[in-house]
Design a protein around this ligand. Sequence first.
Ligand code: SF4
Length: 403
Amino acid sequence: MSLREGGDAVGGLDAIRGTLPGARANARSVAALTENPGCTRRRVIDAAGVAAHELAEKLGHPTPRGQSPFAIEGGNRFEDRLKRRSGYELLVDALARYVDLPKPPDLIVEDVNDIGGRRYTPEWMDARVARTDDVLSQIARGDEHAPHIVDHPVLRFDLTGVTVNLEPDALAFRVGEKLELVEIKAYPIIDGQADPGKLASTAGQSAVYHMALRATLERLGFDPELLVWSVILVAPRNFGRQPVAHRIPLKKKSMSLARVLKAVPRTPDVLATLPDGLTFDVDPAAKLDGVALRWALRNAVESVPALYVPECVQNCDMAKFCRWEAWEHDDPARLGRTVRDNLAGVHSLADALRLATSGPAAGEEELADVAEALGDTYAAIQRARARVPTAGVTPPLPRASTP
Ligand code: SF4
């Protein structure tokens, strides 16, 4: 994540990351944040630009992630063929059912990566942001020499109080006075159908780009309604190399994303609640052995509150560590969102069982209603058990140690 905001927030985030290699924000990380907006840990990891998968690996709980190198290579080749190797002609052909674009040499393409300067430096990113702003303004004004395609744009927007640069491999297309968003994927569309999981993930990521593009248009003083409420997905037809395009509606997803992000506390306010001197760079001089490093890192990470739910496994690279932690602490959240919400204020499943069987202890009066509901449920289970052949078996206590 690239951070541009001045003041204490950036200083605090820099200290949390320390000398660890930075990770840039992407649509997946923003989508993960919106899936679990109440998780402070995810917010801090993203805002500080720490690579969550590397952190999880150092903690001893790596998450297998993403595509294989072969799939990534195949995807890059497919995209390169649509763009550079065919002079964008293949892409224009694939989009023809939705978008009427001129063919080369009349097609005007702006590849923002070709801006010049030393790549991957902050200055290069700033120049790409400025160029993206410039060409989007030309398009929004209806300039006749504005590009038809903006490739590798960089969208800068405010994500809960921290400025973020997003780099879609999506493209902005000018069609009359409208902008279209395009996403190129290498998974096949077979007989007009794509894998539902992959399609949902593409829609989630595209919704993030859509929201960022709307925010950019607004920041530049233009009507965000210029952007069509959908993304055009371009992917291989069946298992061949020919591309095919499909439009995916985004209005509901993009609007709910914007609502979620509006409702969560701003990152500078979240940072103010963290322990002084917090850093995930616990061994900058590389003096600790593997076990000591893991313990030091675990203490640092555990000092930032998490809000684990089983769905984290699909969305967040920290999920294996947080799941282990939830089991370690016997956290009711490991049984899912509903249990977590219904048992709010009950810190462990062992406590839940105690409340069910013995009622609230002194000082737990505010848990009386939870204890009553748990007691009723426990009695119902006991009655049911008494009617089956296993009657009389004592229910096992929830585990309180590492699985
Ligand atoms: S896996 Fe952990 S860090 Fe990630 S969202 Fe879930 S609780 Fe938060």
